[in-house]
Design a protein around this ligand. Structure first.
Ligand code: T6T
Length: 325
C-alpha cells in the first residue's frame, strides 16, 4: 500500500513538473507578411524564417501581395489577422499607412514584430509614440547601407561628377534611409560630387531603366547611379547598358539577386551591397517564439551587409549571400 501511495505521489509530482512543459509545447503559428512575394530578398528571408520555424517546431505561414504597395498589402494583412496567428512578422510597405492596420493586430492581442521595414520612427516600446507598439524591429542598418553605397560610388568615379539615386517611392523606411545615408555621406565628405534629383520608379525595373536614359539624355556628363533596392538597381543597370554606357556610368547596387553576378563580372555593376535577409527571417521567428514562451526580447536587432565586387564575387564566403530565387 505504501508503495502504491508513494507511486501515486510521485505521479502527481511528475504531472506538476510536466504540465508547464506541455504548455510550452503548444504548436505556435507565426505569419510572415513580406513586402512582396516575388522578390529574392523576401524569398531568402522566408528561408531563414523557415529554418528557425523547423528548429522550434513552429508553423510558418508566408502570405503576401505580388507587388510592394500598401493598397495590396493591407488586405493580405487583414486576412492574416482574421486567422489569428500567434504572432505576425511583417515588412510594412509604408511607414504611415500600415500603422492603423497593424494596430488592429495589436488590439486583437497578436504580437507584431516588423522585419526589414518599420512603421512610425522605428523606435518601439517607448510609450512615447503612436506607432511604438511593435515588439521589435529586425533589419539592416539602412542609413549605414546608404553611406557605404556613397563611398563605393565616390571611389568608382574618382570622387567627382554627377550622380543620382534611383529609388522606389517616398514613405518606405528602408529606401528612404538609404537615400538619406547616401546624401549625408556625399554632402559631408565628397564635395566634388553633385547629387541630382532622385528618380522614383515604383519598384518597376523598366521604369528605372527608362529614367536612367532620360537622366543621361539631360546630363551627358552623368558618371554614376545608386540603385537603392533590387529593382531600382537592376533597372538602372539595364538603362546604363541600353544607353551604351557600361563601365562609363558606374552603378552601385543595393541587394544581391543572382543576376547581379553577371552584371558585376561584365563591369556593368561596380559594387553590390548584399543584405542578410535570411538572418532577418531567422531572428524574426526566434524573437517571436521567445516572446510567446515568456522571454523578453530586444527592441531592435541589426543584421549585416556583404559588399560584393569583381575581386571577391567568386569567393564562396561572399557568394553565399546572394539571394535565393
Ligand atoms: O531592398 C529590399 C528591402 O530591404 C526593401 O525594403 C524593399 O526592396 C527590397 O525588397 C528589394 O527589392
Amino acid at each position: 500500500k505504501k508503495i502504491v501511495a508513494a507511486l501515486a505521489a510521485l505521479a502527481i509530482c511528475a504531472t506538476a513538473l510536466i504540465t508547464p512543459a506541455l504548455a510550452q509545447d503548444k504548436k505556435f503559428t507565426i505569419a510572415l507578411v513580406p513586402g512582396l512575394t516575388t522578390d529574392g530578398f523576401y524569398i531568402t528571408m522566408r528561408k531563414g524564417a523557415q529554418a528557425a520555424a523547423d528548429a522550434l517546431g513552429v508553423t510558418l505561414v508566408f502570405q503576401g501581395a505580388p507587388d510592394f504597395n500598401p493598397v495590396t498589402q493591407v488586405p493580405v494583412l487583414d486576412a492574416v489577422i482574421a486567422k489569428k496567428p500567434d504572432a505576425i512578422l511583417i515588412a510594412p510597405t509604408d511607414k504611415v499607412q500600415l500603422v492603423e492596420p497593424l494596430r488592429k493586430a495589436n488590439d486583437a492581442g497578436i504580437p507584431v514584430i516588423t522585419v526589414d521595414t518599420f512603421i512610425g520612427s522605428g523606435v518601439y516600446q517607448t510609450g512615447a509614440g503612436e506607432a511604438d507598439f511593435p515588439l521589435s524591429y529586425i533589419a539592416s542598418d539602412n542609413i549605414l547601407g546608404g553611406e557605404i553605397a556613397a563611398r563605393a560610388l565616390a571611389k568608382a568615379i574618382g570622387d567627382k561628377g554627377k550622380v543620382y539615386v534611383s529609388n522606389v517611392k517616398p514613405g518606405i523606411s528602408t529606401t528612404d534611409q538609404r537615400e538619406e545615408g547616401f546624401k549625408k555621406e556625399m554632402a559631408a565628405n565628397h564635395p566634388g560630387i553633385t547629387v541630382l534629383e532622385t528618380q522614383f520608379n515604383d519598384n518597376d525595373a523598366n521604369k528605372a531603366a527608362s529614367q536612367l536614359q532620360a537622366v543621361f539624355a539631360r546630363n551627358p556628363d552623368l558618371v554614376g547611379v545608386f540603385g537603392a533596392n533590387l529593382f531600382s538597381a537592376l533597372g538602372a543597370a539595364n538603362g546604363v547598358q541600353q544607353a551604351g554606357q557600361t563601365g562609363t556610368v558606374k552603378v552601385v547596387a543595393f541587394d544581391a539577386p543572382t543576376s547581379i553576378v553577371d552584371n558585376i563580372n561584365t563591369g556593368l555593376v561596380d559594387v553590390a551591397i548584399a543584405q542578410h535577409p535570411a538572418e532577418i527571417g531567422y531572428f524574426g521567428v526566434v524573437s517571436a517564439y521567445a516572446h510567446l514562451t515568456g522571454q523578453s526580447i530586444p527592441v531592435a536587432i541589426g543584421t549585416g551587409f556583404t559588399i560584393m565586387d569583381k575581386a571577391n564575387i567568386a569567393d564562396p564566403n561572399i557568394s553565399k549571400y546572394l539571394y535565393s530565387e
